[in-house]
Design a protein around this ligand. Structure first.
Ligand SMILES: [Mg+2]
Length: 202
């Protein structure tokens, strides 16, 4: 195993499929749509920064869309098992942008409560990614060089980690991999075990 003391995880798009759940929720609330509108809906969900903005676009109450999204969020047992396994050798921190109520509800819905040593939600601490002060808070007393930051967003997750000197693992599509300055990349967070089996220095 590598010698990273601390693993810092993003939530949305990294450990949970927030966009997938949001797309299912929109489909449910908006009803059957023609095939061409389906592709458009998926693009809108992927591009929407917030549930509120997406709800406004479709003239849905934001609360209703949020509730439907939480219902569509399916726990992945393999992700929880991965975290349990990793916690034997590393400190684990979750750090995520969003409101406290919504992010903690997602954590519970995804079965990820109790998996981390610490949970940091931007709405609770008053700092947001990509502010490096937020990442420093997530690192706690651990030197950045001893940490691996795992996330799906080059701007929000990878850039602040690189600027502090932490190692990074980008989760997601190949196009993002090319654009980001990440040291490691995986298509799915479950492949992280392969990254951590590598030597810590390259
Ligand atoms: Mg994310």
């Amino acid at each position: 195993m590598s010698d990273f003391e601390l693993l810092v995880f993003d939530l949305d798009g990294t450990l949970i499929d927030r966009d997938g759940a949001l797309l299912s929720a929109c489909e449910k609330l908006l009803g059957p749509r023609p095939a061409e509108a389906q592709g458009e809906l998926a693009s809108l969900v992927a591009a929407s920064g917030s549930i509120r903005r997406l709800a406004a676009r479709f003239r849905l109450p934001a609360d209703q869309l949020r509730k439907a999204m939480l219902e569509e969020l399916r726990p992945r047992a393999e992700v929880r098992q991965l975290l349990v396994r990793l916690r034997k050798d590393h400190g684990l921190v979750l750090y995520t942008n969003g409101s406290a109520a919504v992010q903690h509800a997602k954590i519970r819905a995804a079965g990820l409560d109790g998996c981390f040593d610490r949970y940091l939600v931007s709405g609770e601490v008053g700092l947001r990614k990509p502010d490096t002060a937020f990442l420093k808070l997530a690192l706690g007393g651990t030197p950045a060089a001893d940490a691996l930051v795992v996330g799906d967003d080059p701007r929000l997750d990878i850039a602040p980690a690189v600027s502090l000197g932490a190692a990074t693992c980008l989760v997601g599509s190949a196009a993002k991999h090319e654009a980001a300055q990440s040291r490691f990349h995986v298509d799915d967070v479950l492949e992280l075990t392969e990254v951590l089996a590598c030597p810590a220095s390259t």
